[in-house]
Design a binder for this molecule. Structure first.
Ligand SMILES: [Zn+2]
Length: 359
């Protein structure tokens, strides 16, 4: 079987993208092919993508009520676009529906939540978001919250998971909402493994052995996650894939984000600065898509092919690997896995099967 035939036959699933941000912030119509962002239904189809988790993201900087409101807005925008294009995509909450939709030539859109902020400390709100379709929650994002500490902060608040976080995990386990350990601190990771009675996932992280940044998982963490039945989904974000790139790009990314913020406040006055920052950012040579497969190889070498997959982080990342510029390019990963000697069964598991197994 050729790589193309394999890619068409298997169910391809991406466990994390931030496309709801594009719907809300830019009013993007993802039912049509777009040059903006990395994901729309047309490019998903071109890339042979059958299922995708749209992350309902909220910032740790927002006030609690603002978090819940913005999560509802994001959720509504996803449901609206699904209503608008029923022949292209539909909401899914389980693997069986995703398979049925693939048979019908439609894309399964799942919902995840990135940062448990919208739950406040109210398990009723967790149950409400579960009813609305949310099937995993990334416990926090770039700061410590009421649930646990973030990997991104120097000062830790809980040194792991908070007492409320423990209750939240128990209720998520009961409902069948997956616990996502991406973005959380190492201590919080180990608390999650201690408290969760169900397998847990890392929906968009890479290997610290190949790129030593706090957002990535150590070999021991990967082994412990796998021993607990979990799955690690490799992120496409170049600064998590390659340490040299990560160091070189950091000041350029800071400058770009600052320019973007000014541009949003006053587009006319800041357009030139924004363009220059973007030019500098993209002038730096980026790692190839093959680096994503290096991270997959590394996880397979540690724990076998049952515990790894892909979580693109598209629409949440500023730059992409060379050859993997948007969701339509996904077949290059299947090609590379074939070239490296992976079997049909292994590729089927890695490109989506492992993640869907846990739903
Ligand atoms: Zn993220």
């Amino acid at each position: 079987m050729t790589a193309k035939e394999i890619h068409e036959k298997i169910l391809v699933a991406d466990s994390h993208c931030d496309t709801p941000i594009m719907l809300r912030r830019y009013g993007l119509d993802i039912g049509r092919r777009s040059d903006t962002g990395h994901v729309d239904f047309v490019r998903m189809k071109e890339g042979g993508v059958n299922a995708s988790f749209f992350a309902i993201y909220v910032s740790n900087k927002w006030e609690p009520y603002e978090c819940t409101f913005k999560a509802l807005e994001a959720l509504a925008s996803v449901l609206d676009v699904l209503d608008r294009y029923p022949s292209m995509a539909a909401l899914a909450t389980d693997a069986r529906t995703a398979r049925e939709l693939k048979e019908q030539g439609r894309i399964a859109i799942f919902l995840g939540m990135e940062n448990a902020g919208p739950i406040h400390k109210d398990l009723s709100l967790l149950r409400l978001f579960h009813r609305m379709g949310v099937r995993y929650i990334t416990l926090t994002h770039a700061r410590n919250n009421e649930v646990c500490d973030s990997c991104a902060t120097k000062e830790k608040r809980w040194h792991g998971v908070s007492p409320f976080g423990r209750e939240l995990i128990a209720e998520m386990n009961r409902l069948g909402v997956l616990v996502d350990v991406a973005h959380i601190s190492d201590d919080a990771f180990y608390d999650v493994l201690k408290y969760s009675t169900k397998p847990v996932v890392s929906t968009h992280s890479c290997c610290r052995a190949l790129c030593d940044v706090p957002r990535n998982l150590t070999d021991q963490m990967i082994k412990d996650l796998a021993a607990h039945g979990g799955v690690m989904q490799i992120n496409f974000n170049p600064p998590f894939l390659d340490k040299d790139y990560s160091l070189a790009v950091a000041p350029l990314l800071d400058a770009y984000e600052e320019a973007e913020e000014h541009f949003r406040e006053n587009p006319v006055a800041n357009e030139k600065r924004m363009k220059e920052a973007k030019k500098d950012l993209f002038a730096l040579p980026r790692p190839s898509y093959k680096r994503v497969v290096d991270h997959i190889d590394h996880v397979v070498s540690l724990v076998g092919s049952d515990h790894v997959g892909i979580g693109s982080d598209f629409d949440g990342i500023e730059v992409c690997p060379v050859g993997l510029e948007d969701i339509s390019r996904l077949p290059v990963l299947t090609e590379e896995l074939c070239a490296r000697g992976y079997s049909f069964t292994d590729i089927e598991k890695i490109m989506g099967g492992n993640f869907l197994r846990l739903l």
